[in-house]
Design a protein around this ligand. Structure first.
Ligand code: CAA
Length: 390
């Protein structure tokens, strides 16, 4: 039985900062961001958008299409958690009016948790072939103002419906995975910005890729030439390119610029203008590839590398299904990305410093442009959400 991704919807905030604006404020050559790290824009969430509203907005098209009716498992992956006890997915479950016969859990392992969710969901469907799982990966990437990571910030969520006989991508059973206790990137509970050992994190990312590929190749006998495209975890697009070049050299199948472009470019388009979406980032890349590839990808095998600092990595793969184009949300994604509002540097800094109050007081948040749901305030220590759907 084939199991995999049946629908895939992506959402990011309606506001962005162009990295030339950041470059000017930081007295940096904009080319360092545009070509050095390969990023053009970063998505910035307004005060009334959080991981719950990003997630619910990502999953909303699935709800409208009646795709959530058979969902009995909701896995919410994030490293931007909003509560130490209650799973953020339960708010999403409520906003989307999902059936109460549903298991809902939050998963955490940095940017890897979306893949943990996908693999757990596949196990659930294998046992319950008529049922579906909803995996949502939602994050806000935040680094200190003026830090090296700042230009890689971003935000967004992906909602994936996992089912038998999937209409988009059947996931292959063989995987290479690797856990190692390292401190390359982390966020202690008392901080709202991540701490990162930047250069070291890029080395661990690549080391883990080579380990997971070695296992995957041993299990499948496949070589890099057996893949038509690759989707990498994308903290910034240059990272994915460098990682693939390194892997290709290691496998003695080196690629030139043109081949690299053909294998990766379509998967990098969305991330280049949204920034890092942490747990959802590789799946933003998958949506970008499926939505924007000119060629029909039906029957093509895609290599997938998921990496979460700390660290866990996984190399796995999937085969694009015939007719997949009829089940994409490509127009919706394009409209969203084309109609965002650009922020000035001062607006960006004001939003960054607004933060979510932590003093336990009563708050009503100003209304910005959001998707169908907004984070409207806090009362009696409880987050309040508003549905803008008629
Ligand atoms: N024109 C063109 N290129 C330029 C340039 C210019 N004017 N100025 C600099 N560059 C190039 C540099 O040569 C460099 O290229 P190479 O890597 O090919 O040498 C590139 O731009 C970046 O410059 P620096 O190395 O000087 O950048 P930095 O040290 O200021 O920051 C970083 C880079 C450390 C990765 C930083 O962005 C960071 O800390 N990011 C957050 C951590 C991260 O994303 N790590 C990735 C792996 S961990 C992970 O994947 C999990 C996750 O999601 C966080």
């Amino acid at each position: 039985m084939k199991i995999g991704i049946d629908r895939l919807s992506f959402y990011t905030s309606n506001y962005f900062v162009d990295l030339k604006t950041l470059a000017e404020a930081r007295s940096v050559d904009p080319e360092k961001y545009y070509s050095g790290i390969g990023q053009e824009k970063m998505g910035i969430p307004p005060p009334d958008e959080d991981v719950v509203t990003l997630a619910a907005s990502a999953a909303f098209p699935l709800m409208k299409d009646g795709e959530l009716d058979d969902v009995e498992l909701l896995l919410f992956a994030t490293e931007s958690g909003i509560d130490q006890s209650k799973a953020a997915g339960i708010y999403v479950h409520g906003l989307l009016e999902m059936s109460s016969r549903c298991r809902t859990v939050e998963l955490k392992q940095a940017c890897y948790s979306g893949t943990a969710g996908l693999q757990l969901a596949i196990g659930f469907v294998a046992r319950n072939p008529g049922k579906k799982a909803l995996v949502i990966a939602s994050d806000i990437a935040r680094y200190e103002l003026g830090s090296p990571g700042e230009s890689t910030q971003g935000c967004g969520a992906v909602a994936m419906l996992v089912s038998a006989d999937p209409r988009l991508l059947a996931i292959d059973p063989e995987c290479g995975y690797h856990t190692e206790d390292v401190m390359d990137f982390w966020r202690p509970n008392y901080r709202s910005e991540a701490l990162v050992d930047g250069k070291y994190s890029t080395m661990v990312y690549i080391h883990t890729l080579l380990e997971t590929w070695k296992q995957y190749a041993g299990l499948t006998g496949r070589a890099l030439a057996d893949f038509d495209h690759f989707c990498y975890h994308i903290p910034f697009t240059k990272m994915a390119e460098k990682a693939h070049q390194k892997l290709a050299r290691k496998c003695k199948e080196p690629v030139d610029r043109e081949q690299l472009h053909r294998l990766l470019e379509e998967s990098l388009r969305y991330s280049r203008v949204t920034g890092n979406c942490y747990s959802g980032s590789m799946y933003v890349g998958l949506a970008s590839l499926l939505d924007t590839a000119e060629a029909d990808l039906a029957g093509r095998r895609i290599g997938l590398y998921s990496y979460g600092s700390g660290c866990v990595g996984e190399f796995f793969s999937g085969v694009v299904q015939p007719g997949y184009r009829d089940f994409l949300y490509a127009d919706q994604h394009r409209n969203l990305l084309e109609n965002r509002t650009e922020l000035t540097y001062q607006q960006y800094e004001d939003i960054f410093n607004y933060g979510v109050p932590t003093d336990g007081g009563e708050y009503v948040f100003p209304q910005y442009k959001t998707g169908p749901f907004r984070f409207s305030g806090i009362s009696q220590h409880k987050r309040e959400y508003e549905s803008l759907v008629d």
